[in-house]
Design a protein around this ligand. Structure first.
Ligand code: NAD
Length: 283
């Protein structure tokens, strides 16, 4: 039976540390502030944005929410980002993805100045992560690294397999595991013999976006299994990319969905906003 890696407990520990630092910053007259922009009515995005606002409140940070209508033009959005880029009470800016199709996601992401890019999606921040000399780490992969650290799971020399090569999760995840001296393989929709590749993994990270995609026969006995997926089933329940019931008896550690990687993503976002506030105020 695998040990459950509890994202709620670990994220609470991270948030506690952030809250302590926020209180100290406030005594110096600095309140870290996060601006969150949401365009349109995507129900999942609305939940994520609400959770981010709640986390800011909990930790004593200021949150500024901009809920824009679906038909917002690119220029209107760029204008808002420009205003926030120049607002000293805003230390971090986040534009909730996905954006409606008429908006150029790359253009929008690139318009947030790197110093306030707390998602670490700007090419300048992505480049810094490649080199290993960074200010911010992307929230989901960094949250996963925090979980592995919390559980004292060794990465050096281990076979690490990441399923998924998105810019948000898969690619940066593989880079962070590489920085910790893992032997990293990245799988994707064109990978051949996926099952055999996955079975090599000491640490298996699933970021596919397909419910119950990872089955027991893809997991080496004793592997650490990290489930990034958030999939909504027809009955309304959330479900990960890993078939938990099948895989849990085979793995040594496993993250649940919900209550696994999700809360870590938000905790890292708060940490990044704090870092941004400190840097912008030379603290
Ligand atoms: P994405 O759609 O951008 O990428 C999915 C990746 O899966 C692609 O690189 C693709 O090549 C790969 N893939 C698809 N089919 C495959 C197959 N049959 N075999 C092997 N690889 C395959 O998704 P994403 O943004 O990386 O997100 C992945 C999942 O993680 C989603 O469920 C998303 O909701 C979730 N997510 C969770 C958090 C969190 O905080 N927990 C954060 C971001 C994303």
């Amino acid at each position: 039976m695998a040990k459950l890696i509890d994202g709620k407990v670990i994220s609470a520990a991270v948030k506690n540390e952030v809250a302590t630092e926020v209180a100290a910053l406030k005594e110096k007259g600095v309140t870290p502030g996060l601006a969150v922009i949401i365009v349109g009515e995507d129900p999942a995005s609305k939940v994520y944005v609400a959770n981010k606002e709640k986390a800011c409140e909990q930790l004593g940070m200021a949150s500024f929410k901009y809920a824009l209508p679906e038909n917002t033009t690119e220029n209107e959005l760029l204008e808002l980002i420009n205003k926030l880029n120049n607002d000293s009470s805003v230390n971090g800016i986040l534009c909730q993805l996905p954006l409606p199709r008429h908006l150029n996601e790359e253009l929008i992401i690139n318009s947030i100045i790197p110093e306030k890019d707390v998602d670490a999606f700007h090419p300048q921040n992505v480049g810094k992560i490649m080199i290993g000399n960074y200010d911010f780490l992307p929230c989901t992969p960094a949250g996963i690294m925090e979980m592995l650290k919390y559980e004292n799971i060794e990465i050096e020399g281990k076979e690490c397999v990441v399923i998924g090569r998105s810019n948000i999760v898969g690619k940066p995840m593989s880079m962070l595991l590489l920085h910790k001296n893992g032997t990293v393989t990245v799988c994707h929709s064109r990978t051949k013999n996926l099952k055999d590749v996955c079975r090599r993994a000491d640490i298996l990270v699933a970021a596919v976006g397909r419910a119950n995609f990872v089955t027991a026969d893809m997991v080496k006995p004793g592997a650490v299994v990290i489930d990034v997926g958030i999939n909504r089933l027809e009955n309304g329940k959330l479900c990960g990319d890993v078939n938990f019931a099948e895989v849990e008896p085979v793995a040594s550690y496993i993250t649940p969905v919900p209550g696994g990687v999700g809360p870590m993503t938000i905790a890292t976002l708060m940490k990044n906003t704090l870092t941004a506030a400190k840097k912008q105020n030379n603290i």
